[in-house]
Design a protein around this ligand. Structure first.
Ligand code: SER
Length: 346
């Protein structure tokens, strides 16, 4: 991926932050970071250009396509709880904007005889399991009956992206051209980051417990103590994206891969957080709608396809995630914020 021209949509989101930090360390990459919010102050790296704009703005997308990106990380999305609260906006952002961007990239690839990679973060939300079902790890093609609009949106784009990649390849063959749209997706579990908190997701109780405790704030968890989901750290999520971008085409047997690192209950997360922050006040007040969403998602994920095809292996299991990554980094994050605050107010 060295020396690539890269577009990242949803650049101010959780994954966007961590991904751009990583991509920008490679001076050869040129990154365009697009978000609705003004992010010009957040990215001071010389190889990052920030653009404030809406992925739903078709003329903005047209002008961006002209820049002939090699790789597009299309991260802009409304997460599951936000999408339930605003399904029309979710459809516009999660589906319409994604499909439009894919179509325009396909045309650009064919017209200019170029190869473009489209990397899409999908989710465990594409599954809809029976909460009483056995705990066998779920594979990519099982239980594709999402109960949320977010899951439906993600499943559509997974399938549309794979379809358009095939169609672009067939058209290129017929016209004797080399243009290629490469579509690859990762289905993420819940993601735990030490320096950002997600907004509007339903696996958010995990990171919210951690960040509330680190700030000395009380927290009420919106699921039950035994509610269990698969999770990974943000650093593993970003690593997975970078591994999949570079995976040789001939090794891949699918366009959509599930990954996971560890499955844990809310109570296990609470215990880990309380070990590190003994003063933490974390209680439970389940929200029926959000609980139903969590209970429809698989508790365990079979990520053997990703392991076999492109060598996916999480760096952090549950124990190491907290002791070596999340706890020290979240302390550092709030200490820095604290010292910045006192030096500004001194
Ligand atoms: N973390 C996402 C959410 O909670 C699921 O992929 O919406």
């Amino acid at each position: 991926m060295n020396g690539s021209s890269i577009l990242v949509t949803g650049a101010a989101g959780e994954i966007g932050h961590a991904l751009i930090r990583e991509l920008a360390t490679n001076q050869g990459n040129h990154i365009t970071a697009l978000d609705l919010r003004d992010i010009s102050r957040e990215y001071s790296q010389r190889n990052v250009t920030t653009i404030r704009g809406d992925v739903c703005d078709s003329s903005l997308i047209n002008s961006l396509i002209e820049k002939n990106y090699d790789i597009v990380f299309h991260l802009a999305a409304l997460l599951s709880t936000s999408a339930e609260n605003n399904p029309d906006r979710a459809h516009a952002v999660n589906v319409d904007a994604s499909a439009r961007l894919l179509s325009k990239l396909s045309i650009n690839a064919l017209e200019r005889n170029r190869k473009v990679k489209f990397i899409f973060p999908s989710s465990i939300a594409v599954h809809g399991v029976d909460p009483s079902a056995a705990d066998a790890p779920v594979k990519e093609d099982q239980y594709l009956n999402p109960i949320t609009v977010y899951g439906i949106n993600k499943l559509y784009v997974e399938q549309f992206g794979a379809y358009l990649a095939r169609r672009t390849r067939n058209t290129a063959l017929r016209l004797n051209r080399k243009g290629q749209l490469i579509f690859r997706a990762i289905r993420f579990p819940g993601i735990l980051s030490p320096d950002t908190v997600p907004t509007g997701g339903t696996s958010d109780y995990g990171p919210e417990m951690l960040h509330a405790a680190a700030q000395g704030k009380a927290y009420e968890c919106f699921v039950k103590p035994d509610s269990t989901l698969p999770f990974c750290t943000m650093s593993d999520a970003v690593r997975a994206l970078l591994m999949l971008v570079d995976a040789p085409e001939e090794n891949l047997t699918r366009s959509v891969y599930a990954i996971t690192a560890f499955s844990v209950s809310a109570e296990q997360i609470r215990e880990k957080v309380c070990q590190a922050f003994p003063e933490a006040q974390i209680g439970y007040n389940p929200d029926p709608a959000r609980l139903a969403i969590v209970e429809s998602w698989p508790r365990y994920i079979d990520d053997s396809a990703a392991r076999n095809d492109w060598g996916w292996l999480p760096e952090y299991n549950f124990e190491r995630a907290f002791t070596e990554n999340l706890i020290p980094a979240v302390r550092n994050f709030y200490n820095k914020a604290e010292s910045h605050h006192s030096s500004v107010s001194a």
